[in-house]
Design a protein around this ligand. Structure first.
Ligand code: FES
Length: 623
C-alpha cells in the first residue's frame, strides 16, 4: 500500500501500521506529544482519498471529523490513500536553532592555551624495518621507538594490535601513531594524513546536534541537526524512561539516537570528503536521561525516589562499542552529569558561560523542558531542575509550536479595542504560537484586563475575540481562513504552571544559600528558547526576576558549545569535571519550600507584587 502526501512524496505503508508510523518510518515526522497513543490530538492529517479505518478522534471537533481530519496515530490505511499534512502537524526543526558561534569559542581557547589539546594526539614514528638480527615484534618495535620520545606507558588494545602488522608494512615503517590522552594507542595512520577530526554531539530531548570539527585547528567544518527519533515514544524524558523500563525498549531507544547521530555523520562525511577512520574522537553532551539512554543504561531509578542516576562521571568509551560509525578505537568522552535532572548539558552550559570562573554571583537558566537553574560563582555552585514542562516549546498548548516559520513570536494588544498586532516568523500566515509569543500574549492579556491575576478570562469584556468553546473560554489571536489561532484558558493554566515552576525553583535555590536576588550580578539564559525571549515581558508575567535588562545575557545552545570546547581542550575537560563535582544538586520535588514558592508564583506576576516593582509601577500607571 502507498500513502501519497499532497505536494510531497509517495511512501510505502506496511499493512497494520498506522499512518503516523508509516510516515515516521519514511522520515516524515509529525508533532506527537503523546508518542502516538491517540491522546494529545496533535498528529492531525486530512484524508483526501482512499479507504481507511480510524480508532479514535480525541480532541477532534465535529467539523474536523466531517472534513475527514483524523489522528494519524490511530488511523490505518485499507488501500492506497492520499493525505494532506497541515502545517501545524508537521514537526519542523527550527531554522533558528542556536548553533553557537564557534569562532568566539575558538578565540577563547586560543587565548587560554597555545595549542589545542583534543582527546587524541599523534606522534610520528620512524621505525627500523625488522631483520633477522633485529627481530623485535611489531609491538616491541613501536614501544622502542616511543621510549626514544620518552613515552613509556602506552597501552595497546586487541583491536589496535589486530591492525598493526598490516598498517606498519603498508606505510613502510614510517607513520603516525594516534593515541588518547591516557596513552592508549588508537591507530597507525599514513604520514600524509595531516588532519584529524572529531565530533561534538548534543543529545537533546527533542533535537540532536552534531558538529564535525577539524581537531588540528579547531575549525567547525559542518553542522548537522535532526529530531531525536526517540520522540516517537513521547516528548519528555519521563515517557521515555517508562518506555525503556516498562516497555522493555531500552535498546530500541539507544539505537534510535545512535542512528540519528550516524545518519547526520554520514551526510557530513560525504559533504566534506572525510573518511570515518579520520574521525578519531567524540564528545557527548546531554541531559542525564539522554546520556543514560545513549549508554544503554536502565534509567528507571532516575524516575523513582530518591532519584539516583547510575553514573554521573562517565568512563571513556570506545566508538566501536558505542556503535558510533567513526574510527573504531576513537575515545568517546561524555560530559559529566550532576544529578538525575541536571545533566552534562548543564555542566557544558556553565563551561560555555564561564560563570564558574568569575567571582560575581550569577544565575544560569536553561529554559527547556526541565528548566534547570544554577546559582553561584567561582567558589560554589548550587543547582536544581524545575520540571517546567515543555509548553514553551509548544507541547500542551492548543496551537503551540516551536519557534519555526509560521510561529507567532510577538503579540501586542490594544487595551481599548483589543485589536491584535502579531509578529510571525517568516512573515507568513500564522500556523501556531511559540514560547516568546505565549509570554507576550500572557503579559498583554494581563495588562489589557483580558485575564485576571489567576489567568482567568474576564467574563464581561465585549469583544468577539473572546469566545466560549467546547473546552472553555479562549482568545482568538488570529482569524484564519482555514483555522483560527487561539490561546485557551487551559493553555494559560499550563503556562502559569511553567512560569511558576521556573520562578519558584530560582527562589528556592537562592533561599538555600541564604541570598537575595539583589546580589545576583548576571543572568545567563541558555537553550534555543533563550534566543527569542522578550525579557521585559517575561518579567511582566513573573517568570524572570525583576532586574535591569542589561543583566541578562542570551547564550544559545550551550550544550553543544560546551561539547565543542571539551573536544578541543584538555583543560576544558578538566574544568567540566570540576564544575560537575562542585555543583550541589537540590531535589526540588522533595523540598519543603518549593510548593509554597510555587503556589505564590502561580499568580500574575506573583502573589507578592513587591517582588516586581517595575510591574507594580506599570500596573498602577495603567489603572
Ligand atoms: S494523538 Fe496522535 S500522537 Fe498524540
Amino acid at each position: 500500500m502507498e500513502i501519497k502526501i499532497l505536494n510531497g512524496r509517495t511512501l510505502a505503508a506496511e499493512p497494520g501500521k498506522s499512518v503516523y508510523q508509516a510516515l515516521r518510518d519514511n522520515g516524515v515526522y509529525l508533532v506527537a506529544s503523546c508518542g502516538g497513543k491517540g491522546v494529545c490530538g496533535k498528529c492531525r492529517v486530512k484524508i483526501l482519498e482512499g479507504k481507511y479505518r480510524t480508532e479514535s478522534a480525541t480532541k477532534l471537533k465535529k467539523k474536523e471529523i466531517g472534513d475527514k481530519v483524523v489522528l494519524a496515530c490511530t488511523t490505518f490505511p485499507e488501500e492506497d490513500i492520499h493525505i494532506e499534512i497541515p502545517e501545524d502537524s508537521k514537526l519542523v526543526i527550527g531554522d533558528k536553532i542556536a548553533v553557537s558561534k564557534s569562532k568566539g569559542f575558538l578565540d577563547f581557547l586560543r587565548s587560554e592555551e597555545p595549542t589545542l589539546t583534543p582527546p587524541v594526539r599523534k606522534i610520528m614514528l620512524s621505525l627500523l624495518p625488522p631483520s633477522i638480527e633485529d627481530n623485535l615484534s611489531d609491538v616491541e618495535r613501536v614501544k622502542r621507538s616511543l621510549s626514544e620520545h620518552d613515552i613509556e606507558e602506552m597501552r595497546f588494545s586487541h583491536g589496535f594490535v589486530q591492525s598493526l602488522a598490516k598498517a606498519l608494512r603498508q606505510h613502510n615503517w614510517t607513520a603516525y601513531l594516534t593515541y588518547t590522552e591516557n596513552f592508549e594507542a588508537i591507530s597507525i595512520v599514513s604520514p600524509e594524513r595531516v588532519k584529524h577530526y572529531g565530533l561534538a554531539v548534543d543529545i537533546g530531548t527533542t533535537t540532536v546536534v552534531v558538529y564535525l570539527v577539524d581537531c588540528t585547528d579547531g575549525t567547525l567544518l559542518d553542522t548537522g541537526v535532526t529530531y531525536n527519533s526517540q520522540m516517537r515514544h513521547g516528548d519528555d524524558v519521563i515517557t521515555r524512561i517508562v518506555h525503556a523500563t516498562e516497555g522493555g525498549a531500552l535498546q530500541e531507544l539507544r539505537n534510535a539516537v545512535v542512528d540519528d547521530i550516524n545518519g547526520l555523520l554520514n551526510a557530513m562525511m560525504e559533504r566534506n570528503h572525510i573518511s570515518r577512520d579520520d574521525i578519531d574522537s567524540a564528545v557527548i553532551s546531554g541531559n542525564t536521561t539522554m546520556v543514560q539512554l545513549f549508554w544503554g543504561l536502565d534509567p528507571s531509578s532516575i524516575r523513582e525516589e530518591p532519584y539516583i542516576p547510575t553514573v554521573n562521571s562517565y568512563p571513556a568509551w570506545r566508538a566501536g562499542t558505542a556503535k558510533l560509525l567513526i574510527n573504531h578505537q576513537a575515545p568517546v568522552y561524555t560530559i559529566p552529569c550532576v544529578g538525575s535532572y541536571v545533566g552534562g548539558d548543564i555542566t557544558a552550559g556553565l563551561l560555555a558561560s564561564k560563570m564558574h570562573r568569575n567571582p560575581e554571583i550569577a544565575l544560569f537558566m536553561d529554559i527547556g523542558t526541565n528548566g534547570e537553574i544554577v546559582v553561584g560563582n567561582n567558589e560554589w555552585l548550587i543547582t536544581a531542575a524545575t520540571s517546567a514542562g515543555p509548553c514553551f516549546e509548544g507541547s500542551g498548548i492548543r496551537h503551540g509550536m516551536r519557534a519555526t516559520e509560521g510561529a507567532i513570536e510577538s503579540v501586542k494588544i490594544n487595551p481599548t479595542t483589543f485589536d491584535v498586532e502579531l509578529g510571525v516568523i517568516g512573515n507568513v500566515e500564522p500556523a501556531g504560537i511559540c514560547g516568546s509569543g505565549m509570554i507576550d500574549a500572557l503579559s498583554e492579556f494581563f495588562f489589557a484586563g483580558i485575564i485576571d491575576q489567576k489567568g482567568k478570562f474576564s467574563r464581561d469584556l465585549n469583544s468577539d475575540r473572546i469566545r466560549i468553546e467546547e473546552e472553555g473560554p479562549e482568545f482568538v489571536l488570529h482569524h484564519g481562513e482555514t483555522k483560527d489561532i487561539v490561546l485557551t484558558e487551559v493553555d494559560i493554566e499550563n503556562l502559569l504552571r511553567a512560569k511558576a515552576a521556573i520562578y519558584a525553583g530560582m527562589s528556592v535555590l537562592l533561599k538555600e544559600v541564604g541570598l537575595s536576588l539583589d546580589i545576583v550580578e548576571r543572568i545567563y539564559i541558555a537553550g534555543g528558547f533563550g534566543n527569542y525571549l522578550n525579557v521585559e515581558k517575561a518579567i511582566m508575567i513573573g517568570m524572570l526576576p525583576d532586574m535591569p535588562k542589561e543583566k541578562f545575557s542570551f547564550i544559545g545552545n550551550t550544550s553543544i558549545a560546551g561539547a565543542y570546547l571539551c573536544l578541543l581542550s584538555e583543560k576544558m575537560r578538566r574544568e567540566a569535571e570540576d564544575i560537575a563535582k562542585k555543583m550541589t544538586y537540590i531535589e526540588l520535588s522533595v523540598s519543603h519550600g518549593f510548593m509554597d514558592e510555587y503556589m505564590s508564583a502561580l499568580f500574575l506576576p506573583h502573589t507578592n507584587i513587591d517582588l516586581f516593582p517595575s510591574v507594580r509601577e506599570r500596573y498602577n500607571k495603567e489603572e
